[in-house]
Ligand binder design. Structure first.
Ligand SMILES: Nc1ncnc2c1ncn2[C@@H]1O[C@H](COP(=O)(O)OP(=O)(O)O)[C@@H](O)[C@H]1O
Ligand SMILES: [Mg+2]
Length: 267
């Protein structure tokens, strides 16, 4: 199952992607977490150890590898192969984390104002699209804030799009855009998740606002100060306090997704 996590900056994408990855891994699934955000901080939420973290080089920054893969012999400058060979990249460059999970740091896709399609973007897009997911594998992608950079091909491979929102009109607005775009790109399973909720009133208001969206509010995660404390320590919230209300709520979300996975793939 390929799960994508998206939403406005700061809503909790990395939190949800990272903690779900840990929970799937702990349960025995083969997990590949992919950091496709330019902030590249998924390794913290996953609880990757310092030594390993220091050694990570984001795929996007591997200039010579990208050049090699996208080079077209005899072609002039500015011409490159938009369908580079990528199948060996995950195995070659992923690092290991807790509970046997693996992390591949891509870096974000930036849409250059000039409209140029840079080789690194082509390589990352091809990678995201061609990731082959086996039966017991779970791939979780922590996306850039918007998803405008997603081509039809990239989105097609996504089985489940989790759109995260916080209790703010701004994040709901972007959530709506992401949902519309995801639908256009052919993603079928799209779920809205509200995060950092402090009371029932907020939940009710969000439910009111999304009445006509045709996408349910699938899950609600409470505001949890323990998550902020973990962040300050540079620790994974699940290692810092696995019984905090935020983590327990993500555990419930995890159980729902595990069931959904069975319904979608194992019957
Ligand atoms: N449920 C929550 N309760 C308290 N703080 C949270 C919660 N979810 C996220 N945060 C905090 O909000 C900030 C943004 O979260 P993050 O997962 O990095 O968002 P994103 O990846 O969408 O930018 C972080 O400092 C994180 O600790
Ligand atoms: Mg993030």
């Amino acid at each position: 199952m390929k799960i994508a996590v998206s939403g406005k900056g700061g809503v909790g994408k990395t939190l949800v992607a990272g903690i779900l990855a840990r929970m799937f891994a702990k349960d025995g699934f083969k997990v590949l977490a992919i950091d496709n955000d330019s902030a590249m901080n998924l390794s913290y939420t996953l609880g990757i150890d310092e030594n390993t973290k220091d050694k990570i080089v984001p795929i996007k920054e591997m200039k010579s590898m990208i050049e090699e893969r996208t080079f077209v012999k005899g072609a002039g400058p500015g011409v490159y192969n938009i369908n580079p060979e990528v199948s060996d990249i995950p195995d070659k460059y992923k690092v290991s984390g807790p509970d046997g999970l693996q992390l591949l740091v891509l870096g974000g896709i930036e849409e250059p104002a000039t409209g140029c399609l840079c080789p690194e973007n082509a390589l990352i897009r091809t990678l995201l699209y061609n990731l082959f997911v086996k039966r017991d594998e779970v791939v979780i992608v922590d996306f850039e804030a918007g998803i405008e950079h997603l081509g039809r091909g990239t989105a097609k491979g996504i089985d489940l799009m989790l759109v995260i929102t916080e209790p703010s009109q701004k994040s709901l607005d972007l959530g709506k855009k992401i949902i519309e775009l995801s639908k256009k790109l052919g993603v079928i399973n799209i779920y809205l998740i509200s995060n950092k909720i402090t009371d029932d009133q907020q939940k009710d208001t969000i439910n009111q606002k999304i009445k006509k969206w045709e996408v349910p509010l699938y899950h609600t995660i409470p505001f949890d100060p323990e998550i902020g404390k973990a962040d300050l320590e540079g620790k994974s919230p699940v290692d810092f306090n696995s019984n905090s209300k935020g983590i327990l709520s993500i555990k419930v979300l995890y159980e729902k997704l595990k069931k959904l996975k069975q319904e979608l793939f194992d019957l």
